[in-house]
Unconditional design. Structure first.
Length: 389
């Protein structure tokens, strides 16, 4: 949820978001339809607002609607309007959101949740801009509106399953922008945190606190599964609970506190060049992220069970959470210094499983950036710790 500042600029430092901002400025010169995709909370509505703000339509209305937030029985009336007497409770004519956005921009979020019937009605509108209100047998009006649609679903998969119309997809997908998750643009974390702290300190009329170096480091290392929406909520929490002065590590929610590194013992792994490198395996007494994750991590590393049977199978069966998987991956990467190929051997997988393993992690948002583990201090094995070989 990258936010524009009051002057209409995107708050971003990452190359990915700066490129998107530049593309938005170029795209705003036209009336081409835009399809925004990305995980929940990355800021698709904010991007849509920037498109409107950058365009010549900015003096006209910007109207946002959530297609998943309105029951299908009411969505047609909400979008196209209705005539008096068309259904119980329709006591007067009412224009829909498309008419209210005439001359401006309409943002249709969660477009992938729309029923096939509503998709057909939307497709008809996109052809010529004609409005047929509920209860009217003739065209009510014709509107000029730019459509920006968004979804966190993979619409091509929806098309393959028959849940989304292919012709509507290609009608909307004139310009496609993929908004990356916050964990893939960590340069944006600090400016966004500073922005939201300033916003909420002004809202609640309190002084803007300073973040300690430990807090800054924790925020930078956290993977933000809720993306910028989660970051915004954290900033408000820190301001509401602020006692003034400096925010310290103990002021953060437990999930954002850096986990202590596990106690360890040496497990020799073979590097690609052939020689053995001391890679560390966690002792049974210290969890990598949670008790469940600790138990599974020890089964893999100490008992030499495979990642596929210990983690993959129960996760697919929904017996494991995404956070458990992330905790196991994080603990493993701490011991391989961020080397995913060495993680295969640590987790008892075959070298041929490398691509399948990475695809699984990326598909389920469990892939951890390796850079943060490359700079960590070596973990010393416990004195007299038992060998696993």
């Amino acid at each position: 949820m990258t936010r524009p500042d009051p002057n209409g600029q995107m708050i971003a430092a990452s190359p990915a978001m700066l490129r998107i901002d530049e593309e938005l400025r170029q795209t705003a010169r036209s009336d081409a339809k835009i399809l925004l995709t990305g995980e929940s909370g990355v800021g698709k509505e904010v991007v849509a607002r920037l498109v409107h703000r950058y365009s010549s339509r900015s003096p006209k209305p910007f109207v946002a609607m959530n297609c998943a937030g309105v029951p299908d029985s009411l969505l047609e009336s909400e979008l196209f309007g209705h005539m008096r007497g068309s259904f119980t409770g329709a006591y007067r004519d009412k224009p829909g959101l498309l008419e209210q956005a005439h001359g401006g921009t309409i943002f249709m979020d969660e477009i992938g949740e729309m029923s096939l019937r509503m998709q057909a009605l939307l497709l008809r509108f996109l052809e010529d801009g004609d409005i047929y209100r509920v209860g009217s047998e003739r065209r009510t009006s014709t509107v000029d509106v730019r459509v920006v649609a968004a979804t966190n679903r993979v619409l091509l998969d929806q098309i393959a399953s028959g849940a989304f119309r292919e012709d509507l997809y290609y009608r909307l997908n004139v310009i496609h922008l993929l908004i990356p998750p916050l964990r893939d643009r960590r340069e944006d974390i600090q400016p966004l945190v500073n922005h939201y702290l300033r916003v909420f300190s002004e809202k609640y009329a309190v002084s803007n606190p300073e973040l300690s170096p430990e807090v800054v480091d924790s925020l930078a290392q956290y993977n933000w599964p809720g993306n910028v929406r989660e970051l915004k909520n954290l900033a408000e929490r820190l301001i509401v609970r602020s006692r003034g002065g400096v925010v310290r590590l103990e002021d953060l929610p437990p999930a954002l506190m850096r986990q202590p590194l596990p106690s360890a013992r040496v497990l020799p792994l073979r590097q690609p060049g052939g020689e053995h490198a001391p890679v560390v395996a966690a002792a049974r007494t210290t969890p990598p992220a949670s008790d469940v994750a600790a138990q599974l991590f020890n089964r893999i590393v100490a008992d030499r069970e495979s990642f596929w049977s210990v983690v993959y199978t129960p996760f697919i069966a929904r017996d494991l959470t995404r956070n458990d998987v992330r905790g196991i991956i994080t603990a493993g990467l701490q011991h391989t210094r961020g080397n995913y190929k060495m993680l295969l051997e640590l987790f008892n997988m075959e070298p041929a499983d490398y691509k399948r393993f990475l695809n699984f992690l990326r598909k389920h948002q469990c892939h951890m950036p390796f850079q943060q583990f490359r700079t960590s201090e070596p973990i010393r094995p416990l004195a007299g710790g038992p060998s696993l070989v």
